[in-house]
Design a protein around this ligand. Structure first.
Ligand SMILES: Nc1nc2c(c(=O)[nH]1)N[C@H]1C(S)=C(S)[C@@H](COP(=O)(O)O)O[C@H]1N2
Ligand SMILES: [Mo]
Length: 505
């Protein structure tokens, strides 16, 4: 093997071993102290808005794996360069620079604890040890020219050493990835308090009679996930606090036990993301259990000057919600459970905000830890700093889910889907048309209140073979029909009618 190639492999091995072990150690002490994830998070925070929109549009929820893979490949390439430059004694310094960058990234995360630097330190030490071990040139001096048998032995030794280092890094990193899964922490609550105002069980949905239709209640495992967190925050219940402060007369803190002792309420609420494309599935519906936010806010005596509640999550994310939306009677919640179980770490364990009628980015803070009364003039939240609208009410939308198969046989064809709106009265009517035909009213599924989506279905008698376009539109409870305007009310918010092309045989 040529020495430069061998040196490059030595550098790659050094970075792989360091990063893998760093990730594993972080998964044990603090997931977001992982060198790779911390660099990724720093990139997310620094990325300009257009780049983020591009990533969401083209990668959807694959943006995170793509980012992490990019960071890992970049680090390995950097390692290769360090390996080659180790001939001149520079490699060690480059590894040191890389480790220092990781240390900076991990220790400046908003949630970083006192041990956040440990994984990066370890990664740096391991990287330097592997690099010098494999190149045998800690001092950067050229080893004397060796006879060819000795060179071959050296080759073998470095190949085996490299392979071991890479394998070790992969295994360690892999175990770290598994540990960072979304299982509930060991000290998680299992017994939840009951609602002071229990609701009847959610009705049986149309999916029972219409196979393939989106379930009326989204299973937690299928609930969409959108957030900026690369490492899902791991919150320990005894340490968790909710602070209510800012423009209030009586700021205070709540522990988790304090929160659970307050009267609980159930609510059926559809949550959806402003970045959901027309027809997209960044939307889910379930029964939430929690404490009405206004009970908690009122106790702090919010001053009349406040028009915004800025909420902060344990990972430093900020979301701003209009004060009125949290104080009026729509039923915004500090949710502790969804679908009858404690929130999963992915969906905000232990406590998240859920605000009916508002998109998630202005009303659904996960891993909540602070509610600050303030004004829009004084403080901005993460997305508003990046150009998103301050106020964003959910747009009335309908989505076609059936037929799933774009080719259908002539005869009766079931067309069905879901529709939602921010109007308190919910959806009153859903209409479907084929090509330029008349709008036909669809049957609606059960009603779980205005904040919850409605399933709809109709049967179309397909006679003419060939390609046809099905269009759906929803009418909300105030009588306002969804328009086909595609103007963007908020950056990245999609509106417009959902259409589906089908081919009749
Ligand atoms: N802490 C935190 N909360 C957050 C976000 C986030 O990035 N960080 N994203 C918001 C957005 S944009 C949406 S659409 C919802 C999604 O909630 P889900 O992942 O539980 O479906 O969470 C909101 N809450
Ligand atoms: Mo979102």
């Amino acid at each position: 093997m040529r020495t430069s190639r061998r040196d490059a492999w030595a550098g790659i091995s050094a970075v792989a071993a360091g990063a893998g072990v760093g990730h594993l150690v972080a998964s044990i002490i603090a997931p977001d102290a992982s060198p790779v994830l911390a660099i990724g998070s720093a990139i997310i925070d620094a990325a300009p808005t257009p780049l983020k929109e591009f990533a969401v549009r083209w990668l959807g929820t694959a943006d995170k794996p793509v980012l992490v893979a990019g960071v890992a490949l970049g680090a390995l390439a950097f390692g290769a360069v360090a390996g080659v430059l180790q001939r001149r004694g520079l490699g060690i310094w480059l590894i040191l620079v890389l480790a220092a960058t990781c240390a900076w990234a991990t220790t400046t995360r908003p949630s970083s604890g006192s041990y956040a630097i440990v994984p990066s330190l370890l990664a740096g030490l391991i990287g330097m040890a592997v690099l010098t071990g494999l190149t045998g040139r800690a001092d950067g001096r050229e080893p004397p020219a060796a006879p060819s048998t000795a060179a071959a032995a050296l080759d073998r030794r470095t190949t085996i050493g490299s392979a071991l280092a890479v394998a070790g890094g992969l295994v360690a990193g892999g175990v770290g990835v598994l540990r960072n899964g979304s299982a509930l922490p060991a000290d998680a609550v299992t017994a939840l308090p009951r609602s002071a105002t229990p609701l009847p069980p959610l009705a049986v949905g149309l999916e029972q009679t219409t196979p393939g239709l989106t379930a009326f209640r989204t299973p937690v495992a299928d609930f969409y996930r959108i957030d900026t967190a690369l490492a899902i925050p791991r919150v320990s219940l005894p340490d968790w606090r909710l602070t209510i402060d800012g423009d209030v007369d009586a700021p205070y803190d709540l522990t988790y036990a304090d929160l659970l002792a307050l009267p609980m309420m159930e609510a059926d609420i559809t949550l959806n993301c402003v970045s959901n494309p027309v027809g997209g599935d960044y939307i889910g519906s379930t029964r939430w259990l929690g404490v009405p936010v206004r009970d908690v806010l009122r106790r702090a005596r919010i001053r009349a000057s406040a028009d915004q509640i800025l909420s902060t999550s344990v990972d430093g994310m900020t979301i701003s919600t209009p004060v009125d939306a949290l104080l009026d009677d729509r039923g915004a919640l500090l949710a502790v459970a969804m679908d009858g179980r404690p929130l999963t770490p992915m969906h905000g364990y232990p406590v998240r905000l859920v605000t009916p009628g508002l998109y998630g980015y202005v009303g659904a803070t996960k891993w909540l830890t602070r509610l600050t009364a303030t004004t829009y003039a004084a403080q901005q939240a993460y997305w508003t700093e990046r150009g998103w609208a301050e106020r964003a009410e959910v747009q009335t939308q309908a989505r076609i889910d059936l037929p799933r198969d774009r080719r259908v046989a002539a005869g009766p064809v079931v067309i069905a889907g879901v529709a939602w709106s921010q109007a308190r009265q919910g959806i009153s009517r859903v209409e479907v048309r084929v090509d330029d035909g008349d709008w036909v009213e669809a049957d609606l599924g059960p009603d779980a209140g205005g904040h919850y989506w409605r399933q709809w279905r109709t049967t179309w008698k397909a006679t003419a073979s060939g390609r046809h376009t099905v269009t759906v539109r929803a009418v909300d409870g105030t009588g306002a029909a969804q328009t086909d305007q595609v103007a963007d009310p908020f950056p990245s918010g999609a509106t417009g009618l959902h259409t589906l092309d089908v081919e009749v045989d």
